[in-house]
Each structure stands twice: as C-alpha cells, then as structure tokens.
Design a protein around this ligand. Structure first.
Ligand code: FAD
Length: 451
C-alpha cells in the first residue's frame, strides 16, 4: 500500500513520481521495461523540443532540473538553437545518461522503482481505484495506493477502470503514423553541413537561410527532398515522406533519424504493432542505405540502434473534466487552473501519411513567442476520484494533442500530476476537491513556470 502509485516510467511518469515524493508522499513507480525515460530513451527519440516559447523558457521545474544535471555531467549541451526551423530550441541528450540520471533522482527522492511489471488490471469501484494488478515473471500481484497517476502514454488505467476515452482523430479514430526512429553513428557532421550549404534546393525548410545550420553546436536538419523523391521513384524508398529528418545527439557524429512512417496501424493492437515494427525496421534500413550511398558525410555511417518498441505519437486520450482544443492552443487561452505551459506548435503527422500539416495550416499556427496553458481539469476525469493522467494521453482533441505530446510538455504535465497526487494523498481529498491554488503554489515552489 503506497500513497501514490505511478504507472509508466516515461518522462511524464518520472516527473510525476519525483514531484509526489518531494511533496512527502510514499511513491512507487511501476514500469514494464527495465529502465526509465519511456519513448525518449527507448525509441531513439529526441532531441527534447521545445522547452521554450520564444525567448521564455515555458517548461522549467523538475524537467528543467534534469537537463541542468545532464549538462553538468556533459550528457547534454542544454537548450540550443533549432536548426530545422521546427521550433525555438532543441535539447539533445544522451539516452544512456538520462536513464542513469533519472534513477539517481528517484533514489534521492526515495521513490520505489518496480521494473518488468505491466499493469494489466484495475480494481475500480464507486469512483475509486483501490489497486492495480501487475503481471511479471512471477505471476500476478496487487498493488494498492491512495492515489494513482496514469503515465502509461495510452491511458491504460482509465481503460482498465472502464472510464471513457477517445482514440485518434475524431472523424475516423485514426492515429498519427508510427515511426521507427534509428540511430546512426560515425557521421561526418562537417561534411553534412558543407553539403547543406551548397545545396539550397534540397533543404526547403531552411527557406534560403543556410547560415542557420551553423548556429548550433549540434546539427538538426530536415531535407534531402530531391534525393528522397528520386529514391521513391526508383522504388528504393517504399513509403511516403517529404524529407529526411535527423538530429545530432549529445555525441557529435551520432544522429537520430526520424523519417520512417507506418500508416493505418492502431497502436493499441498487438497485431498492428507487430506489423508496424517489421515494416518500420525495413524502412529504417532503406533510409540508412540511401544516406550511405547518396549523402556526403554518411559514407562511414553505421546503423547502431532501433529501439525495443516503435514510436507512438498518439493513441488514446482520457475524456477529461476539460478537453484541451486547438483553439485553446492557438488562442493561448488562459485558465484559472493552469498547471503547465508550452510553446510547441500543433504538429500533425497526417494519418494518411501524406504531408505534415504543421506548416501550411495557418489557422493552427502559433505566432512567435505564443505560449499556451494546460488546465488541471484536462488531467482528471469526472468519473474517478483518485486517478490523474499525465503525458501524451491527457484530455485533448486530436489536434491539440499534436502540440502537447512533445516530451518537455509531457514532463510538465507529469510534474503537475505528481504534485496533485501527492497533495491529495497527504491531505485526504479527491482530485475534484483539490485546491488548485495550493497545487499551483506547490508547483511554483518546485520550480515550475506557470507564467
Ligand atoms: C517517432 C517519434 C518522434 C518524436 N520526436 C520527438 C522529438 O523530437 N522531441 C520531443 O520532445 N518529443 C518527440 N516525440 C514525442 C515524445 O517523445 C513523447 O510523446 C513523450 O516522450 C511521451 O512521454 P510520456 O511519458 O507521456 O509517454 P511514454 O514515453 O510513452 O512513456 C510511457 C511509459 O509507460 C510504460 N507503460 C505503458 N503501459 C504500461 C503498463 N500497462 N504497465 C507498466 N508500464 C507501462 C512504457 O513502457 C513507457 O515507459 C516523438 C515521438 C515519436 C513517437
């Protein structure tokens, strides 16, 4: 029996566990794999983008602290200029370093970690979750808690408890495509920069401002559009994508390639996920072979890594007491119960797999420096007194989720969910009775930026 049980050790779950423990709660974090960081450390996803809204650091708090700790150890260069033109800043990091640092932070805060345990059932009765059932190699076990944070990414707890949820796009239930990120080592970054500087037409995202690629100590770039089109025409690349997108990690010459695209897969069905893993890996090798043969600087590159699971951008969302909308995001709507802020734009990878809707749909775009708010009510549901959801599966429309899904903001909602769970557990109130001013004060005391 714990004060707070956090389900899922992704960035949201980690921030939640730390925040709850720092409130004084006795916390357990249950994770199906054997490490922390979730999508960030498992799927070769990164850099974290973005902590900023214009010149203001919109996400601070425990996620910001994590980056400072990584920086001090040489495991992240910190927040640097985004040379892709997607957003303001990107934050590269060492995935292995992040796993280690998160575990150190858990130990310091006194969080109990339980790896290799998948939550497979929920004892939910009269609006309260009494316990979760976990499955591990030695069978099933029950873990009770006063409060639960669902940071599973797919809102597994709400589903197991029989609470309402949505999945994918409102019109047809389709989710954003899945992507098998992979890591390349031994890339000659300077030769890649030189190629970009002399091949403007291959990199339309730069809009002619080629000097951008020299403005950061790590290179992030989307391009090679002609190379990719030719390869698609020749059948070397068998999937639709407009450009090749890659990001240098904390280690110079090591790149995350975020380019594969698997469509028509439901990320909550094992059959679809199996097909997606196989198709994604095949696509990853197609891109690797293409870069090695055709892109100066990649001649000696090695495909080092694909993760233990394919990247899922969106799946299920809780039906919260409030549902965040695209209008709230682009209108920068203020809420009395704001618990996190963000500046990352609505970035939809279309379920059909054609173009990425982020740039062209002006009705959904943010102005420079726009900073939106996320209300506490998007983390809770009317039907449950002691469940708080965090990360990419909070209550949001398909469009709004495409903004708040990125890791700094998932970390910020995790921080808020954990602080709320800690306060509820220690004062004995339900998620609906929690004083949101007290929550905001607690978050500020823990370093969060609420504007
Ligand atoms: C291809 C791709 C590229 C991306 N690129 C970027 C990027 O460049 N920058 C950026 O900031 N963001 C990016 N994102 C988004 C971002 O990485 C994720 O949305 C974010 O990290 C989600 O964090 P989370 O903690 O909410 O969920 P997750 O990271 O999904 O964590 C959920 C955790 O819960 C565990 N879990 C799930 N179910 C159970 C269960 N039943 N029992 C026990 N444990 C369970 C999982 O193992 C996992 O560790 C990308 C995402 C994808 C898919």
């Amino acid at each position: 029996m714990y004060d707070v049980a956090v389900i899922g050790g992704g960035i949201a779950g980690c921030m939640a566990a730390l925040a709850a423990a720092r409130c004084g709660a006795d916390v357990i974090l249950i994770e199906r794999y054997g490490f922390l960081g979730g999508t960030l450390t498992a799927c070769g996803t990164g850099p974290m983008m973005t902590f900023h809204a214009g010149d203001i650091q919109a996400v601070q708090g425990i996620s910001g602290e994590l980056i400072e700790r990584l920086k001090r150890k040489g495991l992240s260069p910190g927040h640097i200029f985004d040379t892709t033109g997607y957003t303001y800043s990107v934050t590269p990091f060492s995935a292995e370093g992040m796993k280690l640092e998160l575990e150190a932070m858990m130990a310091e805060a006194g969080v109990t970690l339980l790896y290799h345990s998948i939550v497979c059932d929920a004892e939910f009765d009269a609006g309260r979750l009494r316990a979760v059932e976990i499955y591990s190699k030695n069978g099933k076990r029950r873990i009770g808690a006063k409060m639960f944070v669902d940071a599973s990414g797919d809102c597994d707890l709400s589903v197991l408890a029989g609470l309402p949820f949505t999945k994918g796009r409102e019109t047809d239930g389709k989710c954003q495509p899945l992507t098998m990120n992979f890591k390349l080592t031994k890339v000659d970054t300077e030769r890649v920069r030189e190629y970009i500087m002399s091949n403007n037409d291959e990199f339309p995202r730069l809009k002619g401002d080629l000097k951008k690629v020299t403005r950061a100590c790590r290179l992030s770039i989307g391009g090679y559009v002609k190379t990719l089109q030719n390869a698609q025409r020749d059948g070397r690349i068998t999937f639709d994508r407009e450009d090749i997108l890659f990001f240098e990690t904390n280690i110079p010459g090591e790149f995350i390639v975020n380019t594969t695209r698997v469509i028509n897969a439901d990320p909550t069905l094992p059959e679809d996920l199996t097909r997606a893993e196989i198709e994604g890996r095949k696509q990853a090798w197609e891109v690797y072979d293409l870069l090695k043969d055709s892109a100066p600087g990649f001649e000696r590159a090695e495909l080092e890594f694909t993760g233990p699971f394919i990247g899922i951008r969106s799946s299920r969302q809780i039906k919260g007491s409030y549902t965040l909308t695209a209008e709230d995001i682009v209108g920068c709507r203020e809420f009395d119960d704001t618990i996190a802020r963000g500046g990352y734009p609505i970035d939809i990878h279309a379920p059909e797999g054609k173009d990425n809707a982020m740039y062209e749909k002006t009705k959904l775009s943010l102005e420079y420096g726009d900073m939106y708010s996320i209300p506490y009510r998007a983390l809770i549901t009317d039907g449950a007194d002691n469940i708080i959801t965090a990360g990419r599966s909070i209550s949001a429309t398909f469009e709004a989720q495409a903004a708040i899904r990125v890791s700094p903001i998932a970390g910020a909602t995790g921080h808020a969910a954990g602080a709320a769970a800690g306060l509820c557990a220690l004062t004995g109130v339900s998620v609906h009775e929690l004083d949101t001013v007290q929550l905001q004060e607690t978050l500020k005391a823990q370093g969060a930026f609420l504007g």
